[in-house]
Design a binder for this molecule. Sequence first.
Ligand code: SF4
Length: 327
Amino acid sequence: MDGNGRANADVRSDWTLDEVRALHALPFADLMHRAQSTHRRHFDPNQVQVSTLLSIKTGACPEDCAYCPQSIRYDTGLEREALMEPAAVIARARAAREAGATRFCMGAAWRSPKDRDLDKVVEMVEGVAALGLETCATLGMLTPAQAGRLKVAGLDYYNHNLDTSEAFYGEVITTRTYQDRLETLAAVRDAGIHVCCGGILGLGETAGDRVAFLHTLATLDPHPESVPINNLVQVEGTPLAGTPAVDPIDFVRIIAIARILMPRSHVRLSAGRAAMSDEMQALCFLAGANSIFYGEKLLTTGNPDTESDHALFSRLGIRPEPAAAGN
Ligand code: SF4
């Protein structure tokens, strides 16, 4: 739809905070109508992009993200696993491709990768790309040189989330700053790698924090190509266990606003999908979510299994998006 002037006019990075607040204040039906209309100008509304996520190095992370069972600071009973061998990762990617995934994401619980670790990740990226899958990695903070190496290896996407608003961020993470995150995002963008950046709802943030978080994402220029919106999966032993759950309608509202603000981005339903009813997922798709993670594990917490995803897609008449059209 690139030749369509109206669709192109939708894509802006100059949103004001007041505009985002006004979207958040819309009656639900008006917001959904606007989100669905925007969605249809840019995407096939019956296609959803499917990614698979593999934890290639699990646990023992030195960071203190208060939601995360992989932090070494919290006793969550999670079993640590050293960095996987490239051949094993490539075999898992092949299985994911056979299950219908078009993008394979590799996640490592690091503050930032060491160069010797990056050698192995480079081998993984090369191997997964050779299978014809889109490649994505999430490895913590990156220097511009590291981002450049990953680009040369064939990395298509790098995930690095802002998590929440800048104002609330310090309540959740103290070991790296919001600015650190923005710098990694800039290094990834400058290297020519697509950006996957979103956050988590249910950290104890206010509606105002959610608005500010979306505003920050929507004023990145260009917008992140993928915007994962997670619903906190509370893990016993992490500081955020016991935080009030997000109202499902509020969650759908955030998906709809993300769709309107970033019309060309793939908005991804990520962690927390296992706890969502089929009806809530259907509402999220209607609000403009058009990407999910497939498979039995989403890093270290449960994810609906592939079969129930197939069944839901079939009930809703949704088709997986082909790889070449993925963003
Ligand atoms: S979210 Fe990432 S950086 Fe934070 S503790 Fe977990 S693995 Fe480490």
